[in-house]
Design a protein around this ligand. Sequence first.
Ligand code: SF4
Length: 505
Amino acid sequence: MQFLEESLIELITQTSSNLPPDVRHAMGIAVAAETPGTQASQALSVIASNIDMASSEEGPICQDTGMPTFDVHTPVGVNQIAIKKAIRAAVAEATRRGKLRPNSVDSLTGKNSGDNLGVETPVIHFEQWEKDDIEVKLILKGGGCENKNIQYSLPAELDHLGKAGRDLEGVRKCLLHAVWQAQGQGCAPGAIGVCIGSDRAHGYVLAKNQLFRTLDDVNSDPVLAKLEAQVMEEANTIGVGPMGFGGKTSLIGCKVMAANRLPASFFVSVAYDCWAYRRLGVRLDASSGAITKWLYRDPSRTVEKMAQGEGFPLTGREVILRAPLTEEQVRALKVGDVVLIQGDMFTGRDAVHAHLMKTPPPVDLQGAVLYHCGPVMLKQGDTWMVKAAGPTTSSREEPYQADIIKNYGVRAVIGKGGMGKKTLAALKDYGAVYLNGIGGAAQYYARSIDKVLGVHLLEFGIPEAMWHFQAHDFVAIVTMDAHGNSLHADVEKETGAHLAELQNA
Ligand code: SF4
């Protein structure tokens, strides 16, 4: 199969950079639904631009290209070992080309393999079928939304929704709860793949498999079709909204299957995917490995531009921030302000935060802007290039952030999804702000970075290193200020109240 590896590289490249038409369509409806000028509308405007930029440049839509998961069907007699080798080679090559971020980390040593290969990475599922060609489907689902997957064991008591029993009504409550608990941390609006039944381990596999259905697909089981439609309607009244800013669209897809279960168990497994819902597939000629057909695409339909305007619509009321920031500058900011960051910023995520708890930073962080980001970087000669650089989920840094603000004088933290009470208190006590970037807008933000000024702690791997960037007009919204206000806490409270209204609907 002389074309197999190239076909798979093309599949990975297209999946990473070109959102499928059904997802574009759903996001187009979401863009039209939000009220212009709101934070939800601003977020969607950036997302729409980012989708266009990614496909025109063939760059990753989001810097987190996730755990590559392949679903392969082969005719009887095809050598699956050869296909597995070709998939691994294609994944390594796509990583080298900057289409995938090096995302495979040894769970014991913390070492990044650098090529997305490792124990059980990538994930490959094989199935035989009675057709003549090979089908390969791929889903790239990042860590932020993966961390918002949730599994319920019924009966259960759910926040705001009360008791969920072992029936469809109980399942409905679980699905509404799943959307609510994700808030902005999974880069809403999202989609859920659901398995009712099975066991704990297989239930999650089957739930993720549901994400291979198109968003406009209607369930062949009328009972499940009704449940999907009801959850779609109700979840979009809760008000989580894009990025958890509050708004009209929280869910763009709900796909449910039911599997048999043990008499003693009743699991509802939910795979939550973000708006950057990257899945594509190909049919391959079984003798040459050449692509004969793309799945999820309609060749007669041209890919339309998503963006109506130019990214984030600026009003002239934005606040310019240039590091090092003073306490006075930061205390003047309040929730809802839009800022444009100019000049120096440093990235830092899980490994950097854990490191800084024990060791002083390799740079002076007094007045600094700290960006929760694990970028996709490529080295050309001696120069590092930013290929994708959106914000990562900040809540993972909650155990560390307050100490880092206090000990090193950080004045602004950029991330997505917000942070908790300890960080909010530290913002107030020491004079700092939390700025929410638009999650997944990796191409958009890569264009706000003029230069890579340096890199520290590269031994943690590319996504976890501390990158020193020079930014211009890097746009973010103040969602936690130095006066004890948090948009995230407010939205969680309001949406919880809306969830309660649905309890007995
Ligand atoms: S869009 Fe958000 S949740 Fe999705 S992969 Fe990117 S950072 Fe993660």
